[in-house]
Design a protein around this ligand. Structure first.
Ligand SMILES: Cc1cc2nc3c(=O)[nH]c(=O)nc-3n(C[C@H](O)[C@H](O)[C@H](O)COP(=O)(O)OP(=O)(O)OC[C@H]3O[C@@H](n4cnc5c(N)ncnc54)[C@H](O)[C@@H]3O)c2cc1C
Length: 263
């Protein structure tokens, strides 16, 4: 069994057979030893007091402490976690801010929770191309804050936007009221770069308007973390209302007929 676990419905109590304490302890020791060869000590949590904060997402009725929480800081470390877990047949559950309401980030009793909280950098805002390239752990609202000096913003606005991450938005195809006009995450993301569950690099979409071949980006967006781990996301930016009003005023002023020439 090896997969990124994300569930669109509440997990039933029969989904996961509880492991015996000795089975759990032995598996935990094995995984910590294997991951410890690739991650620094502070990037691995396995004691109950450290893993309890990860036992559920926004669907708090269901709780399960993960065997191990990995908090990688580099892409190489993410790749190593995925490769090691694939080799050991350990389920991996990606986690952004844990605000999901469908149990997608709910841990597996014998699995690794892959927290992407440290991937929180805005890599580039391109005001001319109206795009932003950000790491997966960047908060939804932080994208609009970074784009605001250019009178631009990122349109999909889940009510949790102050906390939820763009990686979680991609996995859940999230949206809010702006989506009535500008579409959901799937309509506002150009490109996703990350790793497959085997740890192979993958890029879906492009910064161009369209790419040849199957629209795998649309399959990835809304896949609840089941298809790949997103590490870098390129989003479209929309002119904010004030800049649209200014350009409208400018265009109407330019369009005004000249009725009187200066003498
Ligand atoms: C108060 C509140 C209001 C909300 N309002 C809205 C709303 O208006 N609209 C809406 O759509 N949702 C809403 N939500 C739900 C939730 O905020 C969204 O689904 C959000 O996109 C989850 O983001 P997250 O970073 O918290 O992801 P998490 O909860 O951590 O994870 C969600 C899923 O994404 C996967 N995942 C996370 N990061 C990655 C990654 N980098 N690569 C691959 N998979 C990943 C996880 O495995 C999981 O399956 C709300 C939640 C709360 C608590």
């Amino acid at each position: 069994m090896n997969y990124i676990q994300g569930m669109s419905t509440a997990p039933s109590s029969t989904d996961q057979k509880p492991p015996s304490p000795s089975e759990r302890a032995a598996r935990q020791k094995e995984i910590v030893a294997a991951l410890g060869r690739h991650l620094p000590a502070h990037a691995l949590l396995w004691n109950a007091e450290d893993t309890t904060p990860y036992e559920c997402d926004g669907l708090t009725a269901y709780r399960q402490r993960p065997l191990v929480v990995a908090l990688p800081e580099t892409e190489e470390q993410v790749q190593a976690v995925l490769r090691v877990c694939h080799g050991l047949e350990v389920p991996v559950v990606a986690r952004g801010a844990g605000t999901g309401l469908s149990g997608g980030a709910m841990p597996h009793a014998l699995g690794v929770t892959l927290s992407l909280a440290k991937f929180n950098r805005i890599l580039e805002v391109d005001p001319v191309g109206r795009t932003a390239r950000v790491q997966c752990g960047v908060r939804n609202l932080a994208i609009s804050e970074a784009a605001a000096p250019h009178n631009l913003y990122y349109a999909p606005d889940p009510s949790s936007q102050i906390a939820c991450t763009i990686g979680g938005n991609v996995a859940e195809n999230s949206g809010g009221v702006h989506c009535l006009k500008y579409g959901l995450t799937v309509h506002n993301v150009l490109r996703v770069r990350g790793f497959t569950i085997e740890g192979d690099p993958i890029t879906l979409g492009s910064e161009a308007l369209d790419v040849p071949g199957y629209d795998l980006l649309a399959a990835m967006i809304g896949s609840e973390g089941m298809l790949a781990v997103a590490l870098e996301v390129t989003v479209k930016l929309i002119p904010s209302r004030s800049s649209r009003a200014a350009s409208w005023r400018a265009s109407t002023m330019c369009a005004k007929p000249v009725t009187r020439w200066p003498q």
